[in-house]
Structure formats: structure tokens, C-alpha cells
Design a protein around this ligand. Structure first.
Ligand code: URA
Ligand code: CA
Length: 434
């Protein structure tokens, strides 16, 4: 087989066979096929797309390029949740203990990564003592015992995706539905879950800015998952404005604590109930979405979800009293309000600009080496559709450095107050099951 022929075939719009896709992934992973030929193939895929069968085969080949996590020692149906990423997205911190409180095993492997705020692990490390450096045996024992545990990424998962992603980054081929879908799904499948719930975001703060693109990506990922034998569904949710009120690590942990007790922001609570019900049904712990939702709501109100969260923190060395006393987490030196310049209705809170502002405060990593400040961030007081008086605070900035004026300027540019009638955007746009 020759790589040249594969490039030509895809360039001319033909379907690659299973053997051809496996040949290219194996050859690229072990260094036999050079970057320049893979670049050409990626660009051909960018323009010619891939069939559903090709996408599934590509995903499986990437999964097979490295280690796979074996969760078979955990009893029950393991359901994983993945978000395509947004600003102030605290859902994992809430969903993990929440669905675990209904007996759904949550075996979460998580990373740190780059972004506006830290990843799930960074956020959890705002709880003094909490750590994810546990062995795979400890991880499995904890999930069997408590139904929930989080471990840091280890092993050599999907090396083909790592190489391809770096190459796509420098060849203008990141933005391709078959390549994004196979990249995300290969990592989820290699992590060992039996079923997968995807939260595909759309809007200014999302990877997929338009609803049509978000739907295409959701359909592509659901099709791959189901073709390779993992029950998969997707929720398409709004990321035009940040989710909830808090953006920042310790601030989001506090928001998660509130939400687990049924006192969280309306949008964040609703998204958690929507995603959580799907997880519970996929795990066969409820027979309908309505039944699952009722059970989840009950556990927010009767304290079971909150207790589950404390057990989870404690079992991984964390100080569980943080759940009752969030002030034990890192706190910023300065709290600065952002007063509205005029009265009106909030028309726009551009999610990615707020993410950037949080990052300027130090809440996220710009490079792998950056050190995160767990205390800093932003807490909104208003969301799109809310009324505001002149001089009323739009948000509070939690800061440790002296760049507050610069951040304030950025925030004023990102929040639009209007005299028009504006209503809150929809939160859930669609549910994709096939
Ligand atoms: N996230 C991924 O993991 N892969 C992509 O290709 C794009 C976003
Ligand atoms: Ca939030």
C-alpha cells in the first residue's frame, strides 16, 4: 500500500477502505509516514469529508494506536460525559457526585489542559488536600466503593490523535467535522466508558459558533459512538454567554456546591438535570428521562448529592469541610465591582471575552507551563435578559494582581446593555440520539 494512492483517492472524493485507514494511522503513529503526506491527506479530508463508516474506522484506528483503560472491574454501566468546552462550565463537578448518588458509577479520567479556567482537576485542587495521584487499582476500588472517583490522565492514550492534532494545528485542518469528531471520540472510547453523553456547545464561547455546525458535530460523534458499540447521545446547549455566574476555579467549586444543594444558578442546574437524566437512563438506573430527573432533583434537595460530594472529596484526601465552608478555599486579595454605565436590559455577555478576562486575571493557562491562580475570576450578577440600573454592579472581579483596570476595560467591551426588549437565550437547542 502506498500513502500516495490514499491521498489521490481522497483528493478525488472516493471512500477509503478500512485497511487503508488503518495503514495510514499505524504508519503515521510509528513514524513510517512523513508529516507532509499526512498533511496532504488531512487537507483532502477537509475538502472531501468522510463517510460515517470512514469516521468510525478512523476513530477505532486511533483508539488502537495506544493504551486503553480497562474499567471492566467496575460493576455496572459506566457512563462518561464530555463537553466540547465553554466558559464557566462547572457541570462535571456537579454531575459526577450527582449521578453517583443514584448509583451510577462515575470513573472520571481528567486532564489539566489549556483554557480560560483550569480543567476539572485544577478546580478540585482548590479543595485543600484533594489529589488525583492514585493508582489504577485505587481508582477502581474507589469507584466500586463510592461510585465516583477522578484520576489524572496517565498512560499512552491515543498517540495517533496527539500527533494528528499537532499537525492539524499548523496546517489549517483543525476545523473539520470528521477530524474533530474522531479526535474527541477516540479519547472517550480509549478511556473505557460503556456509554457517552456529549454536551456540544454552540455560540460565541464555543468551538462551534453556529447551531448548524454544532448539530453536524453532534451527529458525527453520536454516529461514531453507536457504530463502535458505545451507546452515545448529545445535548446541544447554549454558550453565547457563560454558564452559571462563576468563572474561575475556586469560584466554580463554590457554585458547584450550591448547585448540588439545589441552590445553584437556573441555567447550570437545568443543564445538569438534562445531562444527568440522560446519564442515568443510559446507565439503566431509571426507565425514563422524567423519572431520572425527579430522582436527581430529589437528591439535590434531600442532601444525598451533597453528602456524595463530601465522601468523594474525603476519599481522595480532600478537606470535606470545604463543602460547608467554601471560604476555606483560596481567596483573592481584591474584590472589585463593575458598575453598569447606563440602565437597560443585558443584551449580550460575550462568553469567550469573559473567558479571556478570567485568563488575564490568572484563572487559566496560556501555555502548559503557566501556573493557575485558583482564587481569581469573575462572578456575574446579571445574565442576558436581566434588567440593570445605572451604577448597579454587573459583576464582581476577584483579583490578586494589579491589572484590574485593563480587565475592567475588557469586560465593559464584552457586556452590552440595551434599551431594547431582550429575552434570555434558549439553553437547550437540541437532543441528538442518531
Ligand atoms: N478537541 C479535540 O479533542 N479534538 C479536536 O479535533 C478538536 C477539539
Ligand atoms: Ca459557572
Amino acid at each position: 500500500m502506498r500513502m500516495y494512492d490514499l491521498i489521490e483517492k481522497k483528493r478525488d472524493g472516493h471512500e477509503l477502505t478500512n485497511e487503508e485507514i488503518q495503514f495510514f494511522i499505524n504508519g503515521y503513529t510509528n513514524g513510517d509516514i512523513p508529516d507532509y503526506q499526512v498533511s496532504a491527506l488531512l487537507m483532502a479530508v477537509y475538502f472531501q469529508d468522510m463517510t460515517e463508516e470512514e469516521r468510525a474506522v478512523l476513530t477505532t484506528a486511533m483508539v488502537d494506536s495506544g493504551d486503553k483503560i480497562d474499567l471492566s472491574a467496575i460493576s455496572g454501566i459506566k457512563v462518561d460525559k464530555h463537553s466540547t468546552g465553554g466558559v464557566g462550565d462547572t457541570t462535571t463537578l456537579i454531575l459526577a457526585p450527582l449521578v453517583a448518588s443514584l448509583g451510577v458509577p462515575v470513573a472520571k479520567m481528567s486532564g489539566r489542559g489549556l483554557g480560560h479556567t483550569g480543567g476539572t482537576i485544577d478546580k478540585l485542587e482548590a479543595v485543600p488536600g484533594f489529589h488525583v495521584e492514585i493508582t489504577s487499582d485505587e481508582f477502581i476500588d474507589l469507584v466500586n466503593k463510592n461510585k465516583v472517583a477522578v484520576v489524572g490522565q496517565s498512560g499512552n492514550l491515543t498517540p495517533a490523535d496527539k500527533k494528528l492534532y499537532s499537525l492539524r494545528d499548523v496546517t489549517a485542518t483543525v476545523n473539520s467535522i470528521p477530524l474533530i469528531a474522531s479526535s474527541i471520540m477516540s479519547k472517550k472510547i480509549a478511556s473505557g466508558a460503556d456509554a457517552i453523553v456529549l454536551d456540544v456547545k454552540t455560540g460565541a464561547g464555543a468551538f462551534m459558533k453556529s447551531l448548524d455546525d454544532a448539530k453536524s458535530l453532534a451527529q458525527a460523534m453520536v454516529s461514531i459512538g453507536n457504530r463502535v458499540g458505545r451507546n452515545t447521545m448529545a445535548v446541544i446547549s447554549d454558550m453565547s454567554q457563560p454558564l452559571g455566574y462563576a468563572i474561575g476555579n475556586a469560584l466554580e467549586v463554590k457554585e458547584a456546591i450550591d448547585t448540588l444543594q439545589g441552590k445553584g444558578p437556573e441555567d447550570l442546574t437545568e443543564l445538569c438535570l438534562t445531562l444527568g437524566s440522560q446519564m442515568v437512563v443510559l446507565a439503566k438506573k431509571a426507565s425514563s428521562l422524567d423519572e431520572a430527573r425527579e430522582q436527581l432533583k430529589a437528591n439535590m434537595e434531600n442532601g444525598k448529592a451533597f453528602e456524595q460530594f463530601k465522601t468523594f472529596l474525603q476519599s481522595q484526601g480532600g478537606d470535606a469541610s470545604v463543602a460547608d465552608h467554601p471560604e476555606l478555599m483560596p481567596k483573592a486579595d481584591y474584590m472589585v465591582e463593575l458598575p453598569a454605565k447606563e440602565a437597560g436590559t443585558i443584551k449580550n455577555i460575550i462568553a469567550d471575552d469573559l473567558g479571556t478576562a478570567a485568563m488575564m486575571l490568572g484563572a487559566g493557562r496560556a501555555t502548559k507551563e503557566s501556573v493557575i491562580d485558583l482564587a481569581v475570576g469573575i462572578v456575574l450578577h446579571k445574565k442576558v435578559g436581566d434588567q440593570v440600573e445605572a451604577g448597579e454592579s454587573l459583576l464582581t472581579i476577584h483579583a490578586n494582581q494589579a491589572n484590574i483596570e485593563e480587565v475592567k476595560e475588557k469586560l465593559y467591551q464584552s457586556i452590552e446593555v440595551s434599551t431594547d426588549n431582550v429575552s434570555a437565550p434558549s439553553l437547550i437547542y437540541d437532543i441528538v440520539t442518531e
